[in-house]
Design a protein around this ligand. Structure first.
Ligand SMILES: *[C@@H]1O[C@H](CO)[C@@H](O)[C@H](O)[C@H]1NC(C)=O
Ligand SMILES: *[C@@H]1O[C@H](CO)[C@@H](O)[C@H](O)[C@H]1NC(C)=O
Ligand SMILES: *[C@@H]1O[C@H](CO)[C@@H](O)[C@H](O)[C@H]1NC(C)=O
Ligand SMILES: [Fe+2]
Length: 490
């Protein structure tokens, strides 16, 4: 791994290279995708020590900690607030209102606790705050007396096909100095909600009591963002926590206790797969580590959920999963293949705009390709350009303690548009029903640097022939950035 030193020469070279990457990712240069030669991390991949300021316990007797919110219903006028009180249960009440320190309303939640080996979780509160107005700033408070803590959040605009919205996409975050850099850079991006693609705390890298302790530190670590805007959760393999040597054999035990999702609002029977609608986006969350083959509950649910998608109301159709379907890193190569064989044809049929995944600790973006004609006896075994296919983006580059996946397959496969083994986060800035601006931002030298970016053209409003006739001015940047041999007329 190359450790990047912040020298004058270095940053000049860096600026140059940066410019050329941005250039290459926009312009058709007649070759296949770009493999950025950089493998960068500013910090070693060790978890931040327990006594570090990043995990500071809030002051006050039994003060609420690990406060985080997620969307609480299908359309975005509810949130679920979750927090932990360490010493005694205390109230599960959220006081809230539209002006600071003036809480006109209260919502009552529930409290629970669990053990993991000999760790005791403390009291985990969960409170649904619903009936909120759209596009409104709310202030809220949890805890009592001197230990009460106040936060705020902004509700999304009402579901509307042209509602602008900026999502952040983060995966495989962990709790290292690189993770801290990712979260700090994300917070400067202006993102309004996080689409989190799985592998949260990496506490399963610890043993015995420390598994639980590292869930607590992670909850305090992400509070700086997650108490103020919803993080939309996807489960990854590090949430499985199958640890029979400690007597812990219930998959996703800690995750499900700590990170509630609004699954019932989308008629799902399981918190691990569900969907939400927010502004102009319909977001489908899948579980890579739950059964999904034909006839299983997840498969049946997804078949029904695709029917509920209404692109006239929510033009943007986004799928989140943990194990990527198209990725050319040597790490975890083809681990998403089983899900591809089951769901890829649906993604094509329903014109999914973009699929985000994590798992591989590097960044990669695909062209629009599909491989739905391949079967065990068929001859068509290579992905082909497919204008109905989603763009597949892997953002497992949050910065956890396992380090970077720095070995890509060589040569770069034709489906791969851009790849780099560095840490970072992405943003998807929806402008209206036809255009969304996508950025991947590499963490670098203490700055947030936009590295790979392109205009995402909506698959429903952009590629339907009838609509395109009505919207002649739209530029097909995604197509324009494809190599000639991958091009087909739209
Ligand atoms: C949960 O809290 C109750 C009440 O304080 C306590 O009696 C019980 O032992 C706790 N259970 C676990 C699993 O920690
Ligand atoms: C498998 O592929 C072959 C060759 O492309 C095709 O004829 C056949 O219909 C496919 N079978 C299925 C079940 O998709
Ligand atoms: C949608 O947004 C894009 C990018 O900002 C802009 O160029 C386009 O004109 C917008 N379309 C409409 C109909 O406003
Ligand atoms: Fe993973």
């Amino acid at each position: 791994m190359i450790m990047w030193k912040d020298t004058g020469m270095g940053s000049m070279l860096f600026q140059l290279l940066l410019v050329s990457f941005v250039f290459l990712s926009f312009v058709d240069n007649g070759s296949a995708g770009v493999t950025s030669k950089f493998v960068r991390q500013e910090w070693p991949s060790d978890d931040i020590p327990l006594d570090n300021e990043a995990f500071a316990v809030p002051k006050g007797q039994n003060a609420p900690q690990q406060v985080h919110i997620t969307q609480g219903d299908y359309d975005g006028n509810a949130i679920i607030v979750s927090w932990v009180t360490p010493d005694e249960p205390g109230p599960s009440q959220v006081r809230y209102g539209t002006s600071e320190k003036k809480y006109d309303f209260t919502a009552e939640g529930t409290v629970k606790n669990y053990t993991f080996y000999n760790y005791n979780s403390g009291y985990i509160h969960e409170c649904l705050v619903d009936g909120l107005e759209y596009d409104t700033k709310y202030y809220y408070e949890v805890g009592v007396g001197d230990s009460a803590r106040a936060f705020s959040f902004q509700t999304p605009p009402k579901i509307h096909p042209d509602a602008p919205y900026k999502f952040g996409i983060i995966g495989d975050l962990g709790q290292t100095y690189n993770s801290r850099s990712t979260i700090e850079h994300y917070m400067e991006s202006g993102g309004q909600a996080v689409l989190f693609v799985g592998d949260l705390s990496y506490s399963d890298r610890y043993q015995y009591h420390d598994v639980g302790v590292r869930w607590d530190t992670w909850g305090r670590f992400i509070e700086r963002s997650a108490a103020y805007q919803p993080w939309i959760w996807t489960a990854g393999n590090h949430e499985i926590e199958y640890m029979p040597y400690m007597g812990e054999v219930i998959p996703f035990k800690s995750y499900l206790q700590r990170y509630p999702t609004p699954y019932a609002a989308s008629k799902s029977s399981n918190p691990l797969w569900y969907s939400i609608r927010r502004a102009s986006a319909h977001i489908i969350v899948l579980s890579s580590y739950s059964p999904f083959v034909k006839y299983t509950p997840q498969w049946r649910w997804l078949a029904e959920e695709f029917k509920r998608v209404d692109r006239e109301k929510t033009p943007w159709l986004i799928v989140l999963m943990h194990a990527p379907i198209y990725n050319s890193n040597e790490a975890h190569f083809m681990e998403g293949e089983s899900m591809r064989t089951v769901f890829e044809s649906w993604f094509i049929q329903h014109k999914v705009d973009v699929v985000y995944a994590g798992h591989v600790h590097a960044y990669e973006r695909s062209y629009r390709v599909s491989n739905i004609h391949y079967n065990v006896s068929g001859g068509d075994r290579y992905p082909v350009p497919d204008k109905s296919a989603p763009v597949y983006i892997t953002v497992g580059d949050g910065g956890n303690q396992e380090g970077l996946a720095s070995r890509f397959q060589d040569p770069q496969p034709e489906y791969s548009a851009f790849r780099e083994a560095s840490y970072g986060h992405s943003t998807l800035e929806i402008k209206n029903r036809t255009h969304a601006f996508y950025h991947w931002n590499r963490n670098d030298d203490g700055k947030r640097v936009a590295t790979d970016s392109f205009m995402l053209h909506n698959q429903y409003w952009g590629s339907s022939r009838r609509r395109r006739k009505l919207n002649k001015n739209h530029v097909h940047t995604v197509l324009a950035s494809m190599p000639h041999r991958l091009r087909r007329p739209l």
